[in-house]
Design a protein around this ligand. Structure first.
Ligand code: MG
Length: 381
């Protein structure tokens, strides 16, 4: 039986990879809806190929352009951020893949979970900003969250068949990003250098987050919420080869790890075909040729974003939301050439320092904290 899928953020890195997976399994999937922020040229090509019945275009000028040329051929076109929600909750969708970047994905995620839907989640910012709310909503409505992030997909794969066996510890691996061995002055690094990730091909925002190691801190918080494991039991380990995507230790000291060539196609495909496994066209690992796997402690002094994220995660409440919002603004300011690479943690720290944490926030508190943090961060940029 084919699965009907809606993809939020179909023109981004995750969305494109998901559509590649879908086109490979001809007939196993049907695409019901696609959304883009503003890449309507790419959206148009995707519409031709995958024939969805609905699309969403978030930015209004692009929405109007797209509507003008596609308004009368039976395609339902939604505009604005609400379009994400409309498509996530459209009838007869079996699985929603959220590959949007940033806080914009939260409402659509909550709406899909309230319908008891299965959501393959790549939009980590939603989980960071509202982790308790997201996981409680999923539980309350019997919805399923499938992790797409490679590390969390690894953890998820390691706990299959382990129902009833508590996780003793999570080992979250990190490539270390492009500046792990960098000896010079990080305040002078260019956008281009920050975007040159050694192992993974990803979107721009997450690639910068990997360079500051903020991404790993966000991923620790993400793992904490997805698997209900306290941050103290999540160990971050630098593993330059990105072969072990993460590991889980159980009560008896056994550690299960998931390994593969680093390519997002695999975790995306696993979320789409779960619980089945299907052939995946990425290079296979050969242990004899691999020879060695290296591990090291992360350098918290060189990458202050890591400590900032872990502290915000431990503080809980609205702190992770503020961290993520301030970081998002700072990263885009860096990408736009407005601030230095080393200003990113400074801005995040200042915004966090000013914030009064709300311990058990509702959706409105979270959205307020998000807006406030963005305003503060923008002023500092
Ligand atoms: Mg990751």
């Amino acid at each position: 039986m084919s699965k009907t899928i809606a993809i939020l953020g179909s023109t981004g890195s995750i969305g494109e990879s998901a559509l590649k997976v879908i086109s490979k399994f001809n007939g196993d999937f049907r695409v019901a809806g696609l959304t883009t922020r503003r890449n309507i040229l790419r959206l148009e090509q995707q519409v031709k190929k995958f024939r969805p019945s609905m699309v969403g275009v978030v930015e209004s000028a692009s929405f109007q352009d797209f509507s003008r040329s596609h308004g009368n051929n039976g395609l339902q076109i939604f505009g604005g951020t609400e379009s994400l929600e409309k498509i996530a909750t459209a009838p007869r969708v079996d699985l929603v893949l959220s590959g949007v970047v940033g806080a914009v994905g939260l409402k659509a995620l909550l709406a899909a979970l309230k319908m008891g839907r299965t959501v393959a989640l790549a939009n980590k910012e939603s989980l960071i900003m509202a982790g308790s709310l997201v996981t409680e909503t999923a539980k309350k409505y019997g919805a399923t969250l499938l992790p797409v992030d490679s590390e969390h997909s690894a953890m998820f794969q390691c706990i299959q068949g382990q129902a009833g066996n508590p996780i003793h510890k999570i080992i979250l691996t990190a490539s270390g990003g492009p500046f792990y061995n960098f000896k010079g002055d990080l305040s002078k690094v260019t956008v281009e250098k920050a975007l040159a990730h050694p192992n993974w091909v990803m979107g721009r925002k997450i690639t910068v987050d990997s360079a500051t190691l903020m991404n790993k801190g966000l991923e620790a918080i993400e793992a904490h919420f997805l698997f209900g494991v306290p941050l103290e039991k999540i160990q971050i380990v630098i593993h330059r080869q990105s072969i072990i995507h993460s590991a889980v230790e159980f009560e008896d000291g056994s550690i299960l790890a998931q390994m593969s060539h680093p390519d997002m196609c695999l975790p995306i495909q696993y979320a789409l075909t779960y619980p089945e496994r299907k052939p995946c066209p990425i290079p296979r690992l050969d242990f004899a040729k691999m020879k060695q796997l290296d591990f090291a402690e992360p350098d918290f002094r060189k990458f202050p974003c890591l400590e900032l994220a872990l502290s915000a995660g431990k503080a809980g409440g609205t702190a992770p939301c503020v961290l993520s919002a301030a970081n998002e603004v700072a990263v885009y300011a860096f990408l736009a050439g407005k601030i230095k690479f080393t200003d990113i943690p400074k801005i995040v720290a200042r915004v966090l320092g000013k914030h009064k944490i709300i311990k058990k926030p509702g959706l409105e508190d979270i959205l307020d904290a998000d807006r406030g943090a963005r305003r503060e961060a923008e002023a500092l940029c």
